[in-house]
Design a protein around this ligand. Structure first.
Ligand code: BG6
Length: 454
């Protein structure tokens, strides 16, 4: 990475883009076996990137990108969790070699919501120590194979989200209590695995950089009532600092620790694990940012039961923010200021370089006269880039920006009705068609924005 060159990129992830879910020796991934609601696209074909990658990479080159943030499919590289599939690695050889030929730095994520289902079925997945070892061995395989070509690595994408979502990590608990306990143990085990990967990389290729990607959760208090202020701090700690403190410092924040302990959810740590957690720090932090949250101190009658597990806390209650513009797919509001605040908060706490690895606007895009006029997305991206510019001018070391997503992808849970791409993929949830690529207005706008630079 040229230190002085800002990285302009775009993001995808393997299970959301590639398709070819059983081709060339790929094994079943956790996301391939989940039950998808009727009428919603699954991972079998996704955006068919596996067969369109040449076209997609050419579109990146023409867009002027100098970084591509994507992920390896763990189940393509290690179908049973242990045995290497040469054809799987060969696919990423092609992607990486073409990126380098086009002057695009490859920025792969090792684990983005997808892993071999065999590890869950046979070994208990992320609840087992053997999956930690399987991840370390998978990471080692990738580091050795792509040494000299990949200079920057991401360990885990959005640990908070994946440790909470049973359809992504594949472990289905028998009760609510068990699923809460599992979430914290799974997350802890991922932290151990991440540190092992960092250590292995530094042995194989000491010059390479490695870091986590965090779905940063900026949280506003609903009012200036000190109880709401404390609730917003608790929520940020629960959803953001707990993960990053572990990645950077090797421990959880105090109040988070005592909250988990009081409920019997605090994973036990051996001396060896404690040493490992504190032995190494990431080189950078990747930021995924879509929207902020607003919370208040929980009311007496607040019903937690239907909330996502990481919002199911007795310390805060998510509420509406009337100051933010909302849309169908962005009900929590759109807020570039949240990204600016996130950059400041993360840098001031961790003093590490930052890269925006995801940021984007979901919309049910429509064809009009053969084009997709997504001015709403242009406005969203432009406003967020403005805030990054401000942060950089004020001295914050943000070294790259990758909107989500390069092409339309199957959304993590809502299929193709919810799109983020700069490039339209012509398929619907129920009709795959040819998956033809059509650049949206935002693609052409982003090309000019990259040329302009900061
Ligand atoms: C991030 C993930 O959480 O947000 C992506 O890293 C995901 O995988 C993206 O697709 C948008 O979320 P969704 O649920 O709208 O697809």
């Amino acid at each position: 990475m040229n230190k002085n060159q800002f990285l302009w990129g775009a993001s995808t992830s393997a299970f959301q883009a590639e398709g070819a879910y059983l081709e060339d020796g790929k094994g079943l991934g956790t996301v391939d076996v989940r039950v998808v609601p009727e009428g919603i696209a699954d991972t079998k074909i996704a955006s068919d990137h596996y067969h369109h990658f040449e076209e997609d990479l050419l579109a990146m080159k023409e867009l002027g990108l100098n970084v591509y943030r994507f992920s390896f499919s763990w189940s393509r590289i290690m179908p049973d969790g242990h045995t290497v599939n040469e054809k799987g690695l060969a696919f990423y050889d092609k992607i990486i070699d073409r990126c380098l030929e086009y002057g695009i730095e490859p920025l792969p994520t090792l684990y983005h919501f997808e892993m071999p289902q065999a590890l869950v079925d046979k070994e208990g997945g992320w609840l087992s120590k053997s999956t930690i070892e399987a991840y370390a061995s998978y990471a080692k395989t990738c580091f050795e194979r792509f040494k000299g070509k990949v200079k920057t690595w991401v360990t885990i994408n959005e640990q908070l989200i994946v440790s909470a979502a049973s359809d992504l990590h594949g472990i289905h608990a028998q009760s609510e209590e068990e699923s809460m306990k599992n979430m914290y143990q799974i997350s802890f085990n991922m932290s151990i695995a991440e540190k092992k990967a960092m250590q292995i990389l530094k042995q194989i290729d000491p010059e390479s950089k490695i870091g986590p990607v965090c779905s940063i959760q900026i949280v506003y208090p609903n009012s200036c009532d000190p109880k709401d202020i404390c609730a917003s701090y608790d929520a940020e700690e629960m959803m953001m600092y707990s993960l990053l403190d572990m990645s950077v410092f090797g421990h959880y924040p105090k109040r988070y620790t005592s909250y988990l302990k009081a409920r019997g959810w605090l994973p036990s740590v051996s001396k060896e694990e404690e040493n490992l957690l504190k032995s190494i720090r990431p080189d950078f932090i990747g930021i995924n940012y879509y929207f902020p949250l607003t919370v208040k101190a929980p009311g007496k009658d607040h019903d937690f039961s239907k909330l996502p597990p990481f919002w199911r806390s007795t310390l805060f209650e998510v509420t509406d923010n009337p100051y933010l513009e909302k849309s169908e797919w962005m009900p929590n509001g759109m807020d570039p200021m949240g990204l600016y605040l996130g950059i400041r908060k993360l840098y001031d706490r961790y003093r590490l370089p930052l890269i925006i690895t995801e940021n984007g606007m979901a919309y049910s895009d429509r064809f009009e006269d053969g084009n997709i006029h997504d001015s709403y997305r242009i406005d969203y991206l432009d406003a967020h880039i403005q805030k990054i510019k401000q942060a950089i001018e004020e001295g914050y070391p943000v070294f790259g920006y990758c909107p989500w997503s390069l092409i339309d992808l199957v959304s993590s849970h809502q299929g193709f009705g919810k799109r983020y791409g700069l490039i339209y993929v012509d398929r619907t949830d129920t009709d795959e068609k040819e998956c033809a690529r059509i650049p949206k207005d935002s693609y052409y706008w982003y090309r000019e924005r990259i040329k302009k630079g900061f």
